[in-house]
Design a protein around this ligand. Structure first.
Ligand code: 5CA
Ligand code: ZN
Length: 409
């Protein structure tokens, strides 16, 4: 699959900081010290509806991670998947009487447009589940042959008991896992499973549903977690720097992904760090395609909202916070953008060297974007009040906002 075009990231004077970030697995902050090429896998969309503010908030968080790394002169190897076959996608296609491949292609194309408009850095590899099936099948066969997977009425399940480190990502107890598994695509009630939360690796073909050649597994389609594992192992192998996604993916998705990979390779850890973004809500409930309480990026763009203002609205919340989208959030962002643009449009201004360091410090401190915005607010206020004589300052502020925050002034 192709990704979307990259917007340029200006280079800044001085040097960036190593990122300290909250790691879900250890429950504390860690300092990320990747090699010269930092490796990040972020779980992509299931393309059955348009990009909403919750998706955009999550991708914004991981865009900041990359911008901090780029500022340290590292390269970034970013991989993202598209879950272009899964139950919710097939259900939506049936509901709307649409071909499921056409639905997935259309929504993926819209996602690319939204990501481009929001200046999110594109992944180097943007990979679909369907195109990954030839990689997934041998992994499931290997798990089965190693005794880490078992068959149930033609379907193949992963046995969580096969990974001694199972539970290490989420830290949840068995009952909490069972509840979340039922809520998030698992089938804990199905009789015959060894452990209720064991997830499916390969689903035998069902009548009326698409299926693929599964070699010794028989025709069918892949489970959800093994899809991301196959892609991450293909491009990174074990021990890549960051596995990212929204906090709704901690369990079961990232827990199971880690266990699949650990059982396959006998190595630990799958990812060095597990980073999760908070959930965006609308009208008091998590924004989700299944509930339909959505604010679409594409709809706001069609209504004439500047995507840079949308980006600022996202940045005004800490990435780990759960927050609520309201019209006031957008209005505040639109006003902030106007103030910043007025401030950088003058030929000179207050010196901005300290401001660049403040933005760097804020982002390196668990991606504290709201603190970075407050620092730029103070510079813009000083510009509006007294101005300044530093001719390089407005340009430097523009470049820093663009390079570190993806905000084009
Ligand atoms: N395809 C899978 C991941 S492999 C998936 O979860 N797709 S998704 O379309 O449901 O979500 C895409 C990304 O957006 C995930 O990282 C998910 O955690 C995040 N996300 C979904 N809803 C919200 C929300 N309301 N707030 C913040 N992030 C969200
Ligand atoms: Zn995933």
């Amino acid at each position: 699959m192709h990704a979307w075009p990259a917007s340029e990231v200006p280079a800044l004077p001085g040097s960036g900081r190593d990122l300290r970030i909250h790691d879900t697995a250890t429950g504390g902050r860690v300092t990320l010290v990747p090699g010269p090429v930092a490796r990040i896998y972020v779980c992509g969309i299931t393309p059955y509806d348009a990009t909403h503010m919750g998706h955009a908030a999550t991708y914004n968080a991981f865009d900041l991670v990359q911008r901090v790394w780029l500022d340290t002169k590292r390269q970034v190897h970013y991989v993202q998947n598209v879950t272009d076959v899964d139950d919710p996608l097939l259900e939506r296609a049936i509901r709307d009487g649409e071909d499921w491949t056409a639905l997935a292609e259309r929504e993926t194309a819209l996602f690319r447009e939204d990501m481009t408009a929001l200046r999110m850095l594109p992944p180097r590899h943007y990979v679909g589940a369907v195109e990954s099936i030839p990689k997934i099948v041998p992994l499931v066969e290997r798990l089965r042959d190693a005794g880490a997977a078992y068959e149930l009425e033609g379907d193949v399940y992963f046995s969580v008991a096969s990974d001694p480190a199972f539970g290490g990502v989420s830290g949840l107890d068995a009952e909490a896992m069972r509840l979340l598994s039922a809520e998030r695509g698992g089938d804990p009630e199905r009789p015959g499973k060894k452990n209720p939360v064991d997830p499916m690796l390969w689903m035998a073909a069902r009548p009326g549903e698409p299926s693929w050649d599964g070699a010794s597994l028989g025709p069918g389609r892949p489970g959800w977690h093994i899809e991301c594992v196959a892609i991450a192992l293909e491009y990174f192998g074990m021990g890549f720097d960051v596995q990212g996604g929204g906090s709704d993916l901690v369990f079961p998705h990232h827990e199971m992904g880690a266990s699949h990979a650990q059982a396959l390779t006998g190595e630990h850890p799958y990812a060095q760090t597990y980073v999760h973004a908070g959930m965006v809500a609308l009208n008091g409930e998590k924004m989700s395609k299944s509930k339909g309480n959505l604010v679409f990026i594409s709809k706001l763009r069609r209504d004439g909202v500047d995507p840079v203002a949308i980006r600022l609205a996202l940045l005004s919340h800490h990435y780990r916070a759960d927050w609520e989208w309201t019209d006031a959030v957008l209005t505040e962002a639109v006003e902030r953008l106007a103030r910043w643009r007025a401030a950088v449009s003058r030929p000179d201004g207050p010196s901005a060297d300290a401001l660049v360091e403040e933005i760097r410090d804020a982002l390196a401190d668990d991606l504290d974007a709201p603190r970075a915005l407050a620092a730029i607010d103070r510079w813009a206020a000083a510009q509006a009040a007294d101005g300044g004589t530093d001719e390089g300052a407005p340009g430097l502020v523009s470049r820093a906002a663009d390079a570190l925050l993806g905000v084009a002034l």
